[in-house]
Structure formats: C-alpha cells, structure tokens
Ligand binder design. Sequence first.
Ligand code: NAP
Length: 249
Amino acid sequence: MNILILGGTTEASALARALADRPWNSILSLAGRTRDPIPQPIPCRVGGFGGIPGLVAYLRAHRIDALIDATHPFAAQMTRHAADAAAETGTPLLAIYRPAWTRPDTAVWHEVATMQEGADALGPTPRRVLLTIGQKDLASFTAAPQHQYIVRSIDPPSVPPPGALVLTARGPYDEAAERALLQQHRVEIMVTKNAGGTATVAKLAAAAALGIPTVIVTRPALPAGLATVATAAEALAWLDAQADTRRSE
Ligand code: NAP
C-alpha cells in the first residue's frame, strides 16, 4: 500500500514513527517552511505540489492508495487541496484534526475570526504584545506599529513588525517557563491561534494565571464531508482497515 502523509505537525511525525515498521511505502510531505525540520524515520519529500492539479498528478504518478492530511488546523489551503485532489482521483482520504483548545477557567479570551481582527482587537493604546502565531500572518501587526511586539516562532520571521523582539524556540513548552517568559518580557496581552494539541498549550494557563488576556483566532472551516480523527493512533487504525479492505478485494 502506498501512503502519502501531508505533514508539518506533531501528529504527522507520530504517524511517521508508527509507520516506520509497517510493510507499506509511506512518504511524508513537508511544505518546506521550517529551516531545520525534525528528522523523520520514513522517506520525505519537501515543497508544494503545484496546487490541486499538481497533487492530483502526484497521487496518480505515485499510485497513492491512501492519503492522510495531518497538516495543521490552520493549513486550510492544503486541506482544501487534499480534499479536492482525493475526490478527483478517488483516493481514500482521512484528516487528523486535533481538538481545539478550550478556555482555562480563569482566562480572559477575545475570540476573533481572522488575524486582522486580532490586530484590531489590540486597540490604539500601545501595549506589550506576545505574538505566538508563526511567521506568515505578521503583516496585520506591522500595520499596528504602536505596540511593542515580542514574536516567538520556530525560525526568525523574514519581515517582523518594526522594532519587534524576535525569540526563536520550538515547543513543547511547560507552564512554568511560559509564565517566566510572560513576566520577563512584561507581556500585557498575547495573540495566538487555536492550534490545539499539547506542545504549545501551556501558554494559555500561564497567561490565565498572570491575568494576561489572550486574543485567540478561531479555526478556519473544514471542507464539507471530510472524514477526521483526532490522533495519529486512530489514523493508523484507519490505515490498517484500508489495508484489510484491499487484501479482501
Ligand atoms: P497552507 O496555507 O494550507 O498551504 C499553502 C501551500 O503550501 C499549499 O497550497 C501547498 O502548496 C503547500 N503545502 C502546505 N502544506 C504542505 C505539505 N504538508 N506538503 C507539501 N506542500 C504543502 O499551509 P501553511 O499554513 O502555510 O502551512 C504550511 C505547513 O506548515 C503545513 O505542512 C502545516 O502543517 C505546517 N504548519 C502550519 C501552521 C499554521 O499555523 N498554518 C502551524 C504549524 C505547522 P501547493 O499548492 O503548491 O501544493
């Protein structure tokens, strides 16, 4: 069985580890955003496919029997392309979609639908703002230069907001360290996406404990009808079932 995993997440790496000793040809696809990606135990390919037509061509050329979309909940374009390409080629598709975070009891959350709304929610008064939103959505904050930004991302952003302090780090993070970071940089408000998962969740409790409000961007919608599971283990069980079905055909 030939399996393509669309990765770039903890769940994709967990599935890759689980597939390393299965008798299938598994390939992990990475977008190539991170300069120094975590080494993987299965073959990897790196870079975009070239839109839906490129992914359709890839699925056909590599005779992919099962497609796992294990991309980040905010990688909406890739998820849409996977759904369209799977439909066009008849490739079985499953998405690993980790549960969203819920608000810690004492936390003050401002939920917004877009990063621009998140930047607007900071208001006109200058504040010290921790941005833990990755690198690609910083432009909205560049347009609000009255704030002092502390940007934390895996790699340094190519265009940080003017005057921003850039901290490069890769999770997982624990709550004590997150609290120390918020205090050390005298953060007054934090902006994040509702990524879900355990690796970066500690900042929410840390902010709540310190009374620091959080602006949190809600998730983009999933394509209609997309089959999802929450964990890599469930995706592995689905692949086992796919293999059984193929054997009995
Ligand atoms: P996106 O906006 O949904 O995708 C943009 C384009 O990047 C896609 O159309 C595709 O190019 C390419 N791409 C995305 N994921 C890919 C993959 N796994 N393999 C090959 N090509 C891929 O995605 P994004 O938000 O930029 O995220 C890029 C990667 O970073 C994903 O792997 C995602 O899991 C990971 N990531 C994203 C976030 C986030 O907050 N967005 C956070 C952590 C990790 P083509 O159209 O040319 O095929």
